[in-house]
Design a protein around this ligand. Structure first.
Ligand code: UTP
Length: 273
């Protein structure tokens, strides 16, 4: 099995939960203490051995493109002014991996965004997919991407990161039923608390095998009216391969939510401040 070297980060969503802050500014560019969320996610991928990161942005999110693209004029100015530390800090961003950009013109769902990267993925290749708003800090051990990649390396199957949520919050998540071996048997989208098969919820980090890719492509119709959702392709895959659930080790933050973002900011400030 080939090691996974590519990560797709779909970041073309509207970010409505964070309006009005994210009307103009991409939610992924909001700083968690001093670093944009999206840079923390890119670093997570790189720490897990990823060499190529594909961002799927919307036309309005050029700031993400700019953040990961070298700016020779700025670098020259910082050099001239002797701002060595600042220079090192911004070079570290653009040097960490090879970056690729694809555009999703209309927000037709997370699955549709992932499909925008298909020309960069081989037919037999598995990829890491990280959404632009979920952060996990596992201080002492492997990061969340490493946890997923390790399970994929053991099983060869797709893997979904999971976290335990309060039963009263199940209606906000995809909720899974899973056996002791970690194989997911079903996924229920946003169930009412009483109908939820568990309180184990899907977090926005995945390893996708070609099986899931094929299912994603099958969801796409020529005249899209409905969104293409990754969860539908994953659900279909459950009968085709032993899709793995990986309960995240570490603290998880949903930075697409105002309270979650604040909690992440306080947490990271405590780490580095
Ligand atoms: P979310 O469900 O968090 O949606 O998307 P959102 O639009 O970002 O935020 P809210 O719910 O309106 O506040 C999960 C991931 O999929 C991406 C998002 O950018 C995020 O990383 N996404 C979603 C796309 O790239 N395109 C889409 O059409 C939808």
């Amino acid at each position: 099995m080939k090691p996974i070297t590519k990560a797709i980060i779909p970041v073309a969503g509207l970010g409505t939960r964070f309006y009005p802050a994210t009307k103009v500014i991409a939610k992924e560019m909001l700083p968690v203490y001093d670093t944009p969320v999206i840079e923390l996610i890119a670093r997570e991928a790189v720490a897990a051995g990823i060499t190529d990161i594909i961002f799927v942005i919307s036309p309005a999110k050029q700031a993400i493109h700019q953040h990961f693209t070298p700016d020779p004029e700025l670098e020259a100015l910082l050099e001239l002014r002797g701002k060595t530390e600042a220079l090192g800090r911004i070079r570290a961003i653009t040097d960490m991996a090879r970056f690729h950009f694809r555009t999703q013109d209309v927000p037709l769902g997370d699955g549709h965004a992932i499909l925008m990267a298909r020309d960069l993925v081989e037919e037999d290749e598995s990829v890491l997919v990280l959404f632009g708003d979920d952060l996990v800090d596992n201080v002492a051990g492997p990061n969340a991407a490493e946890q997923l990649l390790a399970r994929h390396a053991e099983t060869g199957a797709s893997a979904i990161l999971l976290t335990e949520v309060e039963r009263e919050h199940t209606h906000m998540y995809g909720i899974v039923a899973m056996d002791d071996s970690g194989k997911i048997s079903h996924i229920v989208e946003k169930p009412a608390p009483a109908a939820a098969p568990s309180c184990t919820a899907i977090v926005g980090k995945f390893v996708l095998t070609p099986t899931v890719w094929r299912n994603l492509m099958a969801e796409e119709t020529p005249h899209l009216k409905q969104e293409v959702r990754l969860v539908d392709a994953l659900t279909k895959s459950l009968t085709q391969e032993a899709v793995q659930g990986v309960v995240a080790e570490g603290i998880r933050f949903d930075t697409g939510d105002k309270q979650g973002f604040l909690a992440a900011t306080m947490h990271w400030a405590g780490k580095v401040g």
